[in-house]
Design a protein around this ligand. Sequence first.
Ligand code: GDP
Ligand code: ZN
Length: 295
Amino acid sequence: MNETGLVVARFRRHVLVEGSEGARYLCQLQNRKLRPVVGDQVRWRRENEEKGTVEAVDPRTSKLMRIDSRGQPETVAANLSQLVIVLAESPTPDWFLLDRYLIAGELGDLKITIVFNKLDLVDALPSAFEIYQILGYPVAPISVRELTGLEPLESAMVGERSVMIGQSGVGKSSLINALMGDALQKVGELSEKAGQGRHTTTTAVLHQLPRGGELIDSPGVRDYAPYIESTRGVQRGFREIIARSPDCRFDDCSHLAEPDCAVRAGLADGEIAPQRYESYKRLYELTESFQSRRG
Ligand code: GDP
Ligand code: ZN
């Protein structure tokens, strides 16, 4: 009989599986077709006190995809419920990147929390965030340095399995340290404990947050490029476009040039933010060129 377990870390050829009683086992994969990622629920067989074998991966309720270094889509985490997107006063927010993260969240049916860090360097939350608040995305202004504003963020993570993403330098590592405190298990320690050698790279680690909830941290996810398969996906990623497109004259309106387009009308009368429409247009054209190249 095999048991159910949760993948809490992924190494090159092994995974660390947390059994139902909470102990962790280093597991090999029964065959090469198995591709478990952090967050996956697996069926596994115990070999001894420390080791086991993964026999099957359960169907995923959600997954986060990115484009790997060879340009191929790759799943980085499974069964998550929330995307925590971190921006900061510095480096200067990249709104196009934020919009791409938001699309990934929307397409994955994930809850989304936007964090603005390094509030200590400014007087208030920059007004550009209003665009996102109006769309219904919660924004949590925080300072990890001064440990302010963390409470609402911690509450938003209780009961969720979150993934934290954002540009390098915004303060993600500092934030994870602040949220985890003494409970933080370094990726290096984990690999060493798992007998994988200190410098073995894991693709991701799942942390149990002290206040409740789980946080998946992955160097590969932290500043990843989301994967969008089709122009249809781009359209589904923008809340304000979903809201208006039923009023376009054509059902398959691209909102780029067609007559009687409700989205462009919204742009003209100031209801759609130009910055968001620009992101939409850029991504639509980018995705279209990928699509035609794939044939
Ligand atoms: P990561 O690349 O997103 O993981 O960012 P790090 O956690 O490594 O932080 C990048 C830099 O920002 C470090 O020098 C931190 O000390 C600094 N930093 C992090 N949080 C804050 C903050 O709240 N205020 C200020 N002023 N600096 C911060
Ligand atoms: Zn339209």
